[in-house]
Design a protein around this ligand. Structure first.
Ligand SMILES: Cc1cc2nc3c(=O)[nH]c(=O)nc-3n(C[C@H](O)[C@H](O)[C@H](O)COP(=O)(O)OP(=O)(O)OC[C@H]3O[C@@H](n4cnc5c(N)ncnc54)[C@H](O)[C@@H]3O)c2cc1C
Length: 468
């Protein structure tokens, strides 16, 4: 790791402060060995898989190989919204698996929000879990129209008021004081967490159940029956790939899951006056559109904010990371924060950081296994992976144990999706799509009407692109 551990994210800066000295890594793999299952990657996906597998079959010998340290990736850097959303739109999943399949996906990811809460309580993981729902705030007519229509559509799919309601401006103001808000869509299916403490606590829970996690052990090759770390290897019947946005670190996985870069910032703790001015007593997750933003009020009273970069977030050649967010993007988030909550104008920013999430070519997650080779894979949550990775972990457990369950029947269980285009086509495509989206978004805000350009760009990209 070139950057200091504390620079990885605000969450890491809290877990391992800058003045805390070198971090204590777990031992790395020093000799080849056998196992029943070897999992590559110690983020939520790998760790939930190990956790669920060992709870179901405590005698299994499970090894996790991690290139850096548990929680190094998106799992230690995200916005902490355990949101019941899954990549791919409702229509996308319905096309793949019919209406029932799409509904089953949504219900399953809703269930994951509670599953995570239960596991956190069971394992006594101190990570500020609070299931307070999510508010998707409408700041203009198009958004209001869209959110109201979404609730109406919900009803036709069998989702009731217990799944989502539209709050008008007065109802929203009882919860939170967003400047110029016309209302919000509220869903109770979301919790807020300290993502870093969850991933670190989960790693310890997995070890208590008997798994061995090797850190600083980058896998260089995955093949049937083995995961290689340079000259060493772990031999196992099943090899699970849980490397998400970093999958291209393994040469055979090029062009499958590409990394999409995204940045975040965290403020200093709010003063009492600022707290009162913004309301927000319940720690709901907060989302906004135009531009897309996600915010958390942390248990220690800071605001974290992240979202779309108005410029292309995809780095040429899938370069995974830049060390720090640019001043431009930090200013963008600060400006948006002050627009939402004028009382926070000029608030000091304590931490800024970058992360990457993984995207499949069809912008929807996948979980799968090839029983002939013993190779298995999960990931591609396209930025909505905190709840979905728990669902993936439980699903992977059933696949590895050869069980046919409701989870293994979900449409996200499938063969690996088609590959991305090689460079430079991939970058040109990403830049064109992002450019059209940005322009379309501006048009929507200016004209107050849904933008055809925006819908078109999203269609080519293969995702719905709207909140919810
Ligand atoms: C800034 C940011 C904000 C986000 N906000 C949210 C949010 O609020 N809500 C939400 O639902 N989702 C959010 N996401 C997405 C979510 O964090 C991810 O979908 C999720 O954490 C993915 O978990 P994972 O375990 O699959 O991947 P990761 O956590 O990235 O883990 C992959 C692990 O594999 C390791 N690895 C990679 N290559 C190798 C190798 N060759 N050998 C061994 N190990 C390897 C990495 O070091 C890493 O630890 C956000 C993502 C980012 C980046």
């Amino acid at each position: 790791v070139t950057a200091q551990i504390a620079d990885l994210s605000h969450w890491w800066a809290q877990i391992h402060p800058r003045d805390a000295g070198p971090v204590a890594y777990r031992p790395s793999l020093t000799e080849s060995r056998d196992a029943d299952v070897v999992i590559v990657g110690a983020g939520y996906t790998g760790l939930w898989t190990a956790y669920e597998l060992l709870r179901a079959e405590p005698t299994l010998d499970v090894v996790v190989l991690e290139a850096q340290l548990a929680g190094y990736g998106a799992s230690g850097r995200n916005g902490g919204a355990v949101i019941a959303q899954i990549g791919g739109s409702r229509r996308y999943w319905a096309k793949k698996a019919g209406r029932e399949g799409a509904i089953a996906m949504e219900r399953a990811v809703q269930g994951a929000v509670d599953e995570i809460g239960e596991a956190i309580a069971r394992e006594k993981i101190d990570c500020d879990y609070g299931k307070n729902g999510v508010l998707m705030v409408a700041r203009n007519e198009v958004e209001e129209h869209h959110f109201r229509a979404y609730i109406e559509e919900d009803r036709t799919w069998g989702f009731g008021p217990e799944d989502g309601v539209y709050l008008d401006a007065a109802q929203l103001a009882e919860r939170m004081h967003v400047a110029g808000a016309r209302g919000a869509r509220f869903s109770p299916h979301c919790a807020s967490i300290h993502p870093g403490r969850l991933v670190r606590g989960l790693a310890e829970a997995v070890e208590r159940l008997g798994a061995t996690i090797y850190e600083q052990s980058p896998v260089t090759e995955i093949a049937p029956g083995r995961a290689r770390v340079g000259a060493l290897e772990v031999r196992a019947k099943h090899v699970v790939r849980a490397t998400e946005a970093y999958s291209e670190s393994i040469p055979s996985l090029k062009r499958h899951l590409v990394p999409v870069a995204t940045s975040m910032i965290a403020t200093v703790p709010l003063t009492d006056a600022q707290r009162q001015a913004i309301g927000w007593d319940n720690r709901e997750a907060l989302l906004a559109e135009h531009p897309f933003l996600h915010l958390q009020r942390t248990a220690d009273n800071r605001i974290t904010i992240g979202g779309d970069d108005p410029r292309v977030p995809y780095l040429y050649g899938s370069r995974a990371e830049q060390d720090r967010p640019s001043q431009r993007i930090v200013d963008h988030f600060r400006g948006q924060l002050a627009e939402l909550f004028p009382a926070l104008e000029g608030i000091e920013i304590e931490n800024t950081w970058n992360g990457v999430f993984g995207a499949t070519r069809d912008w929807a997650p996948e979980v799968g296994i090839d029983h002939n080779t013993g190779l298995a894979w999960a990931g591609g949550y396209v930025g909505e992976g905190v709840a979905a990775s728990n669902l993936a972990g439980r699903t992977m457990r059933d696949l590895l144990l050869g069980r046919s369950t409701e989870l293994t029947a979900l449409p996200m269980v499938r063969r690996a999706t088609r590959k991305w285009e090689p460079e430079p086509l991939r970058y040109i495509g990403a830049a064109a799509i992002w450019g059209m989206r940005t322009l379309g978004e501006r048009n929507e805000v200016r004209s107050g009407k849904p933008s055809k350009l925006w819908s078109f760009a999203n269609k080519i990209a293969g995702f719905d692109g709207r909140l919810g």
